[in-house]
Design a protein around this ligand. Structure first.
Ligand SMILES: O=c1ccn([C@@H]2O[C@H](COP(=O)(O)O)[C@@H](O)[C@H]2O)c(=O)[nH]1
Length: 232
């Protein structure tokens, strides 16, 4: 059975917990995601701990956002970890995104458009005019023009972004919540089934899996639901 297009966000307080979650979910999912909490606490060693012997893909979610020279240096600094995906903020601009792409030719550079924790009202207060979808589309086009091979957006925008950038770009959606579950600090959300039906390639899911009593079973359940959508 092929693993489901899910990146489990290993936002754990310690390395042992992250490695345990990774071991439980890797039979069911394609990818595990290491973010700022783990990386800043443990540094590069965390990657070997969560990768284990499974061959699971590593998504390094550092959301780099700085001047191009600094981002290029930061990207080169993680090259030896061989992440499958590395994130940068699309708002860093074309030259910054290009610098990351050039620095890491063997990694998929994913540009984060508008954080899924931001509501329409938050974005308006920040000076973003019009619906979130339009801002996300503008950032997506800029990022793809700069060479980004993947985009991070909310599942609510994924269909519009797909229509804008076409089939060749990997669309990654956090802000995924199974029906009826707590949205927590996420604002622009949809269910796993809706995200996949609307064209997402990879779903980032953290607490709905890692906060469950049995993360392996939770991952297996969502993976089965996605397979039903993909085969139906
Ligand atoms: O716009 C974004 C970009 C990244 N994230 C990250 O995804 C996970 C989501 O975790 P949940 O527990 O499923 O909410 C988390 O690691 C974020 O840093 C995002 O949520 N939104």
């Amino acid at each position: 059975m092929t693993s489901a297009p899910i990146a489990v966000a290993l936002d754990a307080p310690d390395l042992e917990t992250a490695a345990r979650w990774a071991a439980l979910v890797t039979p069911h999912v394609s990818t595990v995601k290491v973010g700022l909490e783990l990386y800043l606490r443990y540094g590069p060693d965390v990657i070997a701990s969560v990768r284990g012997a499974s061959g699971v893909q590593i998504f390094l979610d550092l959301k780099l956002h700085d001047i191009p020279n600094t981002v290029a240096g930061a990207a080169k600094a993680v090259a030896r970890l061989k992440p499958h995906i590395l994130t940068v903020h699309a708002a860093g601009g074309r030259t910054m995104i290009r610098a990351a792409v050039d620095a890491l030719p063997n990694t998929v550079i994913a540009a984060v458009t508008a954080l899924t924790s931001l509501s329409e009202a938050d974005l308006e207060r920040m000076g973003v005019r019009g619906p979130a979808r339009d801002a996300v589309r503008r950032l997506a086009v800029e990022a793809v023009d700069a060479g980004a091979q993947a985009l991070v957006c909310s599942p609510r925008e994924v269909a519009a972004v797909r229509a804008e950038v076409g089939p060749g770009i990997t669309l990654i959606t956090p802000g995924v919540r199974p029906a009826g579950s707590d949205t927590q600090d996420q604002a622009r959300v949809a269910t796993p089934e809706q995200a996949i039906a609307d064209g997402a390639d990879l779903l980032v899911i953290g607490r709905p899996i890692t906060g469950s009593a049995d993360p392996g079973a939770a991952a297996a359940g969502i993976a089965a639901a996605l397979r039903r959508v993909l085969s139906g």
